[in-house]
Design a protein around this ligand. Structure first.
Ligand code: HPA
Ligand code: ZN
Length: 338
Protein backbone atom coordinates (compact mmCIF):
# COMPACT_ATOMS: atom_id res chain seq x y z
CA UNK A 1 0.00 0.00 0.00
CA UNK A 2 1.20 3.45 -0.86
CA UNK A 3 0.49 6.42 1.37
CA UNK A 4 -0.69 9.61 -0.37
CA UNK A 5 2.59 11.23 0.74
CA UNK A 6 4.71 8.57 -1.00
CA UNK A 7 2.48 8.69 -4.13
CA UNK A 8 2.90 12.43 -4.32
CA UNK A 9 6.66 12.25 -3.74
CA UNK A 10 7.06 9.73 -6.59
CA UNK A 11 4.96 11.89 -8.90
CA UNK A 12 7.00 15.04 -8.34
CA UNK A 13 10.58 13.75 -7.87
CA UNK A 14 12.74 14.78 -10.84
CA UNK A 15 14.19 11.69 -12.49
CA UNK A 16 16.56 10.55 -15.20
CA UNK A 17 15.63 7.46 -17.15
CA UNK A 18 18.74 5.44 -18.01
CA UNK A 19 17.31 2.15 -19.28
CA UNK A 20 14.64 2.60 -21.93
CA UNK A 21 14.54 0.89 -25.32
CA UNK A 22 12.71 3.31 -27.58
CA UNK A 23 11.33 0.45 -29.70
CA UNK A 24 9.93 -1.00 -26.47
CA UNK A 25 7.75 2.08 -26.01
CA UNK A 26 5.67 1.15 -29.07
CA UNK A 27 2.15 0.98 -27.60
CA UNK A 28 -0.39 -1.34 -29.28
CA UNK A 29 -2.42 1.67 -30.45
CA UNK A 30 0.59 3.07 -32.30
CA UNK A 31 1.46 -0.40 -33.60
CA UNK A 32 -1.94 -0.46 -35.33
CA UNK A 33 -1.74 3.13 -36.55
CA UNK A 34 1.71 2.61 -38.09
CA UNK A 35 0.73 -0.76 -39.56
CA UNK A 36 -2.11 0.99 -41.35
CA UNK A 37 -0.06 4.03 -42.38
CA UNK A 38 2.66 1.81 -43.87
CA UNK A 39 0.39 -0.99 -45.15
CA UNK A 40 2.21 -3.57 -43.00
CA UNK A 41 0.31 -6.72 -42.00
CA UNK A 42 0.44 -7.60 -38.30
CA UNK A 43 -0.87 -10.86 -36.85
CA UNK A 44 -3.43 -9.18 -34.56
CA UNK A 45 -6.98 -7.88 -35.03
CA UNK A 46 -7.42 -5.76 -31.92
CA UNK A 47 -5.44 -3.85 -29.32
CA UNK A 48 -6.78 -6.32 -26.75
CA UNK A 49 -5.40 -9.25 -28.76
CA UNK A 50 -2.00 -7.54 -28.82
CA UNK A 51 -2.00 -7.00 -25.07
CA UNK A 52 -3.09 -10.61 -24.52
CA UNK A 53 -0.06 -11.76 -26.54
CA UNK A 54 2.25 -9.89 -24.16
CA UNK A 55 2.62 -12.82 -21.80
CA UNK A 56 6.19 -14.00 -21.58
CA UNK A 57 8.03 -16.86 -19.84
CA UNK A 58 11.51 -15.49 -20.41
CA UNK A 59 13.56 -12.87 -22.27
CA UNK A 60 13.52 -14.72 -25.60
CA UNK A 61 9.71 -14.98 -25.61
CA UNK A 62 9.56 -11.21 -25.33
CA UNK A 63 12.31 -10.54 -27.88
CA UNK A 64 10.48 -12.57 -30.54
CA UNK A 65 7.45 -10.27 -30.24
CA UNK A 66 9.55 -7.12 -29.78
CA UNK A 67 11.42 -7.65 -33.07
CA UNK A 68 8.14 -8.47 -34.82
CA UNK A 69 6.63 -5.20 -33.55
CA UNK A 70 9.49 -3.22 -35.11
CA UNK A 71 8.27 -4.16 -38.60
CA UNK A 72 5.78 -1.26 -38.57
CA UNK A 73 8.57 1.31 -38.06
CA UNK A 74 9.58 2.37 -41.55
CA UNK A 75 9.93 6.11 -42.05
CA UNK A 76 11.66 8.97 -40.29
CA UNK A 77 8.26 10.21 -39.21
CA UNK A 78 7.47 6.82 -37.59
CA UNK A 79 10.63 7.04 -35.47
CA UNK A 80 9.84 10.65 -34.63
CA UNK A 81 6.28 9.83 -33.56
CA UNK A 82 7.44 6.84 -31.49
CA UNK A 83 10.10 8.88 -29.69
CA UNK A 84 7.90 11.93 -29.18
CA UNK A 85 5.10 9.83 -27.65
CA UNK A 86 7.59 8.37 -25.16
CA UNK A 87 9.00 11.80 -24.28
CA UNK A 88 5.57 13.30 -23.64
CA UNK A 89 4.76 10.33 -21.41
CA UNK A 90 8.10 10.72 -19.61
CA UNK A 91 7.37 14.39 -18.99
CA UNK A 92 4.19 13.41 -17.15
CA UNK A 93 6.37 11.31 -14.80
CA UNK A 94 8.70 14.24 -13.97
CA UNK A 95 11.52 12.81 -16.09
CA UNK A 96 14.05 15.58 -16.79
CA UNK A 97 16.75 13.62 -18.64
CA UNK A 98 16.70 10.44 -20.73
CA UNK A 99 19.47 8.21 -22.03
CA UNK A 100 17.61 6.00 -24.44
CA UNK A 101 18.65 2.87 -26.28
CA UNK A 102 17.87 2.00 -29.85
CA UNK A 103 18.61 -1.18 -31.82
CA UNK A 104 19.97 -0.12 -35.25
CA UNK A 105 20.41 -3.73 -36.38
CA UNK A 106 16.71 -4.42 -35.79
CA UNK A 107 16.05 -1.88 -38.54
CA UNK A 108 18.99 -2.09 -40.94
CA UNK A 109 18.46 -5.83 -41.33
CA UNK A 110 14.91 -4.98 -42.55
CA UNK A 111 16.31 -2.56 -45.12
CA UNK A 112 15.68 0.65 -43.14
CA UNK A 113 18.66 3.01 -43.34
CA UNK A 114 20.40 3.95 -40.11
CA UNK A 115 20.00 7.59 -41.12
CA UNK A 116 16.20 7.24 -41.30
CA UNK A 117 16.10 5.82 -37.77
CA UNK A 118 18.54 8.36 -36.41
CA UNK A 119 16.94 11.39 -38.04
CA UNK A 120 13.54 10.51 -36.60
CA UNK A 121 14.72 9.73 -33.07
CA UNK A 122 17.15 12.65 -32.90
CA UNK A 123 14.70 15.28 -34.11
CA UNK A 124 12.21 14.22 -31.41
CA UNK A 125 14.98 14.37 -28.79
CA UNK A 126 15.95 17.87 -29.94
CA UNK A 127 12.30 19.01 -29.91
CA UNK A 128 11.94 17.63 -26.38
CA UNK A 129 14.77 19.78 -25.12
CA UNK A 130 13.08 23.01 -26.22
CA UNK A 131 9.41 22.05 -25.86
CA UNK A 132 9.45 19.71 -22.84
CA UNK A 133 12.65 20.71 -21.04
CA UNK A 134 13.97 17.13 -21.25
CA UNK A 135 17.66 16.66 -22.08
CA UNK A 136 18.92 13.45 -23.62
CA UNK A 137 21.67 11.13 -24.75
CA UNK A 138 21.29 8.41 -27.38
CA UNK A 139 22.84 4.96 -26.96
CA UNK A 140 23.18 2.55 -29.87
CA UNK A 141 22.91 -1.09 -28.80
CA UNK A 142 24.53 -4.05 -30.52
CA UNK A 143 22.35 -7.15 -30.73
CA UNK A 144 24.34 -9.80 -28.88
CA UNK A 145 22.73 -12.74 -30.70
CA UNK A 146 24.44 -11.45 -33.86
CA UNK A 147 28.21 -11.65 -34.50
CA UNK A 148 30.89 -9.20 -33.44
CA UNK A 149 31.60 -8.60 -37.15
CA UNK A 150 28.02 -7.40 -37.56
CA UNK A 151 28.45 -5.11 -34.55
CA UNK A 152 31.66 -3.75 -36.14
CA UNK A 153 29.77 -3.07 -39.38
CA UNK A 154 27.09 -1.22 -37.38
CA UNK A 155 29.73 0.90 -35.69
CA UNK A 156 31.22 1.66 -39.13
CA UNK A 157 27.82 2.83 -40.36
CA UNK A 158 27.48 5.05 -37.29
CA UNK A 159 30.80 6.85 -37.80
CA UNK A 160 29.35 9.78 -39.80
CA UNK A 161 26.69 10.28 -37.09
CA UNK A 162 28.70 10.33 -33.87
CA UNK A 163 27.58 13.90 -33.19
CA UNK A 164 24.15 12.36 -32.47
CA UNK A 165 25.16 9.04 -30.87
CA UNK A 166 26.71 9.28 -27.41
CA UNK A 167 27.27 5.70 -26.40
CA UNK A 168 27.03 2.03 -27.19
CA UNK A 169 25.20 -0.70 -25.31
CA UNK A 170 24.63 -4.43 -25.61
CA UNK A 171 21.20 -6.06 -25.54
CA UNK A 172 19.05 -8.96 -26.83
CA UNK A 173 19.45 -12.66 -25.90
CA UNK A 174 21.93 -12.79 -23.05
CA UNK A 175 22.49 -16.50 -22.32
CA UNK A 176 25.17 -17.95 -24.58
CA UNK A 177 26.26 -14.47 -25.72
CA UNK A 178 28.71 -13.26 -23.06
CA UNK A 179 30.23 -9.79 -23.10
CA UNK A 180 33.60 -11.33 -24.10
CA UNK A 181 32.15 -11.84 -27.59
CA UNK A 182 32.17 -8.04 -28.08
CA UNK A 183 35.48 -7.07 -26.49
CA UNK A 184 37.07 -5.65 -29.66
CA UNK A 185 34.11 -3.61 -30.88
CA UNK A 186 33.66 -2.09 -27.43
CA UNK A 187 37.37 -1.17 -27.34
CA UNK A 188 36.93 0.60 -30.66
CA UNK A 189 33.81 2.41 -29.43
CA UNK A 190 35.69 3.60 -26.33
CA UNK A 191 38.60 4.77 -28.47
CA UNK A 192 36.09 6.84 -30.47
CA UNK A 193 35.10 8.59 -27.25
CA UNK A 194 31.73 6.86 -26.91
CA UNK A 195 30.24 6.00 -23.53
CA UNK A 196 29.79 2.28 -22.89
CA UNK A 197 27.18 0.26 -21.04
CA UNK A 198 25.90 -3.33 -21.34
CA UNK A 199 22.99 -5.51 -20.25
CA UNK A 200 24.45 -8.08 -17.87
CA UNK A 201 23.07 -10.32 -15.13
CA UNK A 202 19.45 -10.13 -16.28
CA UNK A 203 19.35 -13.85 -17.15
CA UNK A 204 23.11 -14.32 -17.41
CA UNK A 205 25.37 -15.32 -14.49
CA UNK A 206 27.51 -13.02 -12.32
CA UNK A 207 30.48 -13.93 -14.55
CA UNK A 208 28.84 -11.92 -17.36
CA UNK A 209 28.71 -8.86 -15.09
CA UNK A 210 32.43 -9.33 -14.34
CA UNK A 211 33.18 -9.62 -18.07
CA UNK A 212 31.22 -6.44 -18.79
CA UNK A 213 33.39 -4.63 -16.23
CA UNK A 214 36.75 -6.23 -17.03
CA UNK A 215 36.55 -6.69 -20.80
CA UNK A 216 34.07 -4.08 -22.02
CA UNK A 217 35.02 -1.56 -19.30
CA UNK A 218 31.42 -0.41 -19.00
CA UNK A 219 30.38 2.71 -17.11
CA UNK A 220 27.02 1.21 -16.10
CA UNK A 221 25.50 -2.25 -15.79
CA UNK A 222 22.00 -2.59 -17.24
CA UNK A 223 19.93 -4.82 -14.92
CA UNK A 224 22.69 -6.53 -12.89
CA UNK A 225 20.22 -8.57 -10.83
CA UNK A 226 22.32 -11.71 -10.71
CA UNK A 227 25.39 -9.84 -9.42
CA UNK A 228 23.77 -10.32 -6.00
CA UNK A 229 24.68 -14.03 -6.16
CA UNK A 230 28.37 -13.10 -5.86
CA UNK A 231 29.35 -11.25 -2.64
CA UNK A 232 32.82 -10.29 -3.92
CA UNK A 233 31.25 -8.80 -7.04
CA UNK A 234 28.72 -6.88 -4.92
CA UNK A 235 31.61 -5.51 -2.86
CA UNK A 236 33.39 -4.39 -6.02
CA UNK A 237 30.28 -2.74 -7.53
CA UNK A 238 29.63 -0.89 -4.26
CA UNK A 239 33.27 0.17 -3.87
CA UNK A 240 33.40 1.50 -7.43
CA UNK A 241 30.02 3.25 -7.21
CA UNK A 242 28.85 1.41 -10.32
CA UNK A 243 25.34 2.35 -11.43
CA UNK A 244 22.87 -0.51 -11.95
CA UNK A 245 19.83 0.25 -14.09
CA UNK A 246 17.19 -2.07 -12.65
CA UNK A 247 13.77 -2.54 -14.29
CA UNK A 248 11.29 -3.99 -11.78
CA UNK A 249 8.19 -4.54 -13.95
CA UNK A 250 10.38 -5.92 -16.76
CA UNK A 251 11.93 -8.36 -14.29
CA UNK A 252 8.46 -9.48 -13.24
CA UNK A 253 7.08 -9.85 -16.78
CA UNK A 254 10.18 -11.72 -18.02
CA UNK A 255 10.15 -14.05 -15.00
CA UNK A 256 13.55 -12.83 -13.76
CA UNK A 257 11.66 -12.57 -10.45
CA UNK A 258 8.52 -14.48 -9.39
CA UNK A 259 6.89 -11.66 -7.45
CA UNK A 260 7.45 -7.90 -7.39
CA UNK A 261 8.34 -8.35 -3.69
CA UNK A 262 11.45 -10.19 -4.93
CA UNK A 263 12.72 -7.10 -6.77
CA UNK A 264 16.37 -6.50 -5.78
CA UNK A 265 15.94 -2.72 -5.52
CA UNK A 266 15.82 -2.50 -1.73
CA UNK A 267 18.52 -5.12 -1.18
CA UNK A 268 20.77 -3.21 -3.56
CA UNK A 269 20.15 0.03 -1.68
CA UNK A 270 20.90 -1.72 1.61
CA UNK A 271 24.14 -3.08 0.15
CA UNK A 272 25.25 0.43 -0.83
CA UNK A 273 24.83 -0.15 -4.57
CA UNK A 274 23.94 2.73 -6.90
CA UNK A 275 20.65 1.26 -8.10
CA UNK A 276 18.21 3.13 -10.34
CA UNK A 277 14.61 2.35 -11.35
CA UNK A 278 13.68 2.26 -15.04
CA UNK A 279 10.95 1.06 -17.42
CA UNK A 280 13.00 -0.94 -20.00
CA UNK A 281 10.17 -1.62 -22.53
CA UNK A 282 7.12 0.09 -21.03
CA UNK A 283 4.63 -0.81 -23.77
CA UNK A 284 5.36 -4.50 -23.25
CA UNK A 285 5.83 -4.68 -19.48
CA UNK A 286 2.85 -2.76 -18.20
CA UNK A 287 4.30 0.50 -16.99
CA UNK A 288 6.38 3.64 -17.36
CA UNK A 289 8.98 4.85 -14.88
CA UNK A 290 6.60 6.05 -12.16
CA UNK A 291 4.62 2.80 -12.41
CA UNK A 292 7.91 1.06 -11.66
CA UNK A 293 8.63 3.39 -8.74
CA UNK A 294 5.14 2.84 -7.32
CA UNK A 295 5.37 -0.95 -7.72
CA UNK A 296 8.61 -1.24 -5.78
CA UNK A 297 7.72 1.44 -3.23
CA UNK A 298 4.56 -0.50 -2.35
CA UNK A 299 6.00 -4.02 -2.48
CA UNK A 300 9.26 -3.21 -0.67
CA UNK A 301 7.85 -0.56 1.66
CA UNK A 302 10.42 1.99 0.50
CA UNK A 303 10.87 5.14 2.58
CA UNK A 304 10.90 8.70 1.26
CA UNK A 305 14.69 8.77 1.78
CA UNK A 306 15.11 5.61 -0.29
CA UNK A 307 13.00 7.05 -3.12
CA UNK A 308 15.07 10.23 -3.06
CA UNK A 309 18.24 8.09 -3.20
CA UNK A 310 16.91 6.26 -6.27
CA UNK A 311 16.14 9.54 -8.03
CA UNK A 312 19.58 10.94 -7.14
CA UNK A 313 21.31 7.78 -8.37
CA UNK A 314 19.62 8.25 -11.74
CA UNK A 315 21.27 11.63 -12.33
CA UNK A 316 24.56 10.70 -10.66
CA UNK A 317 24.80 7.66 -12.97
CA UNK A 318 23.96 9.64 -16.11
CA UNK A 319 26.41 10.86 -18.75
CA UNK A 320 25.58 14.50 -17.95
CA UNK A 321 28.38 16.90 -16.96
CA UNK A 322 28.93 17.29 -13.21
CA UNK A 323 27.46 20.81 -13.06
CA UNK A 324 24.20 19.65 -14.60
CA UNK A 325 24.07 16.65 -12.28
CA UNK A 326 24.53 18.99 -9.31
CA UNK A 327 21.67 21.18 -10.52
CA UNK A 328 19.34 18.16 -10.76
CA UNK A 329 20.38 16.88 -7.31
CA UNK A 330 19.43 20.27 -5.81
CA UNK A 331 16.09 20.12 -7.61
CA UNK A 332 15.49 16.69 -6.05
CA UNK A 333 16.20 18.08 -2.56
CA UNK A 334 13.77 20.89 -3.25
CA UNK A 335 11.08 18.49 -4.53
CA UNK A 336 11.63 16.22 -1.51
CA UNK A 337 10.93 19.12 0.86
CA UNK A 338 7.54 19.41 -0.81
N1 HPA B 1 17.03 -7.31 -22.28
C1 HPA B 1 17.72 -7.61 -23.38
N2 HPA B 1 17.44 -7.09 -24.56
C2 HPA B 1 16.44 -6.22 -24.66
C3 HPA B 1 15.69 -5.87 -23.57
C4 HPA B 1 16.02 -6.44 -22.30
O1 HPA B 1 15.42 -6.18 -21.24
N3 HPA B 1 14.76 -4.99 -24.01
C5 HPA B 1 14.97 -4.81 -25.32
N4 HPA B 1 15.98 -5.55 -25.73
ZN1 ZN C 1 16.85 -3.47 -21.46
Amino acid sequence: MLTPEIESLIARLPKAELHLHIEGSLEPEMLFALAERNAVTIPFDTVEAVRAAYSFSNLQDFLDIYYQGMSVLQTERDFYDLTWAYLERAKADAVRHVEIFFDPQGHTERGIALETVLNGIDSALKAAETRLGITSRLIMCFLRHLSEEEAEATLDQALPHLDRIHGVGLDSSELGHPPAKFERVFARARALGLHVTAHAGEEGPPAYVREALDLLKVERIDHGNRALEDPALVHRLARDGMTLTVCPLSNLRLCVIDRIEDSPVRRMLDLGLKVTVNADDPAYFGGYINDNFRAVAAALDLTADQLVALAKNSFAGSFLPEAEIARHLSAIDEAARG
